[in-house]
Ligand binder design. Structure first.
Ligand SMILES: *Cc1c(COP(=O)(O)O)cnc(C)c1O
Length: 432
């Protein structure tokens, strides 16, 4: 009925998540609150693992792109499930290490890592540093040299693929701030440079063509282009790259219009493409990494708000204001992202009212969704926004000095806080 299997409606007509009544959760933990279902997260991890086993002989690993959601408990869950982790900053790396995440399964991304971050990553002995540009190559080589070690690196390549998604979250084409371009020869020049550096070992090439992608074809195409590139590298330099990282970007269901494919159908096609290219070029079958972010945590999470003011502007629209907004979910303000909204305490009632859900920030653009259908709203209702598990908490801010909501995790019908609500004292903690 809803976008995620962990959501149901109980006999009171209330929305439940992981078997817990969301109206009760809102009472216990206050609003706004992020609520997540642990089983859904673990099942997503296992689905990736299973499809690697089924279609690629287990010769690969999913790395959770932790920018989608990073906190200690999430790192622990991902570790327990045996996935690796992508980080893009010292802060994400710090969190992962504090959670006891094995460093060798961490890949360090980012288009402008600072020297301090690179040193921190090398000292922690992360599995890979993903080089984005030549300036970074110099820095990594120099710091690794000072430390008397060599750094295992990957290189981020722009394969020149248009993944038919919103331009803000499209990264595989030439005009992107990320990585080395293939078509211009920049990538090959960079590879030659990288392998000539004494304190760098090139282990892997990487691409990430975008996010919230439903078509399998662009992924298959990217895999082929990258295999061609691996062959080219061998021809031109004699070096055989053993690992291929195909990035993340698998779409999830935010609204009924979204139609995700199973990871199995993705893995089946992509592994076919990789294997047949390997055969054609007589290359070893590469170890494959994938980097799912939103597809691991997105559908597992919802946000609960309390409805405050309702403003009917005749013949124009009805604003339903909630006690959060762009501070806990900036994605509509940033990308006009679609979301499913519903009144959690009226989850069995027909969604017959067209409303615009607004936040409480001093910005007209502070909206969660425009012209969306919900049950008749009243002050005090609990409004649920679905599929907020990815890029909500991790993109949240303290604009207007609004404290960040807690994250409540449900496991086997039992809720527990995994991130506390920020207090007003937290807000002034670093003020002098
Ligand atoms: C954002 C990102 C991901 C994850 O993208 P999702 O759409 O959340 O799966 C993976 N790899 C890289 C390099 C990214 O930048």
């Amino acid at each position: 009925m809803f976008v995620s299997d962990c959501l149901k409606v109980n006999e009171k007509g209330h929305l439940t998540i992981g078997g817990c009544d969301t109206v009760e959760l809102a009472k216990t933990y206050g609003t706004p609150v992020y609520v997540m279902d642990e089983t859904t997260i673990r099942n997503a991890c296992r689905a990736y693992k299973k499809s690697f086993d089924m279609y690629y002989g287990g010769n690969g690993m999913a790395l959770f792109a932790s920018k989608a959601l990073n906190c200690l408990e999430i790192c622990r869950i991902i570790k327990e499930e045996g996935l690796g982790l992508d980080v893009v900053s010292g802060g994400e790396l710090y969190t992962a290490l504090k959670a006891g995440f094995p460093a060798e399964k961490i890949h360090f991304h980012g288009n402008n890592k600072t020297s301090d971050e690179i040193r921190m990553a090398l000292e922690a002995k992360v599995g890979r540093i993903v080089l984005d540009n030549l300036y970074e190559l110099e820095t990594v080589n120099q710091i690794a040299g000072e430390m008397g070690i060599s750094a295992d690196v990957s290189m981020r390549i722009k394969p020149g693929i248009d993944a038919h998604t919103h331009s803000f979250i499209r990264t595989g084409q030439i005009d992107s701030k990320f990585g080395f371009a293939l078509e211009t020869g920049e990538a090959m020049e960079a590879v030659k440079k990288v392998i000539s550096y004494p304190h760098i070992i090139l282990k892997e090439v990487h691409c990430h063509i975008g996010s919230q992608i439903f078509d399998i074809d662009p992924f298959v195409h990217a895999a082929e282009v990258m295999m061609d590139f691996i062959q080219d590298i061998r021809k031109q330099t004699g070096v055989t790259i053993e690992c291929l990282n195909l990035g993340g970007g698998f779409g999830i269901q935010y609204t009924k219009e979204d139609t995700p494919k199973s990871y199995d159908s993705y893995m089946e096609k992509v592994s076919q493409a990789v294997k047949s290219k390997a055969k054609e070029y007589q290359l070893p079958i590469p170890y494959i990494y994938l980097e799912p972010g939103r597809s691991i945590v997105g559908e597992a999470g919802i946000t609960l708000y309390r409805v405050g003011g309702i403003k009917e502007i005749p013949n124009i629209r009805t604003y339903v204001s909630v006690d959060g907004g762009m501070t806990d979910n900036p994605r509509y303000a940033l990308y006009k992202s679609g979301y499913t909204c519903l009144i959690a305490n009226k989850a069995a009632q027909p969604a017959a009212y067209k409303v615009t859900v607004a936040g409480k920030c001093c910005e007209s653009g502070d909206l969660i969704q425009e012209d969306t259908m919900i049950a008749q709203p009243e002050v005090g209702d609990i409004l649920a926004v679905l599929s907020t598990g990815a890029y909500n908490y991790s993109m949240s801010s303290n604009y207007n000095r609004i404290p960040k909501p807690p994250i409540v995790m449900i496991k086997e019908g039992q809720p527990r806080e995994i991130v506390r609500r920020q207090s007003y004292e937290d807000l002034i903690r670093n003020d002098i």
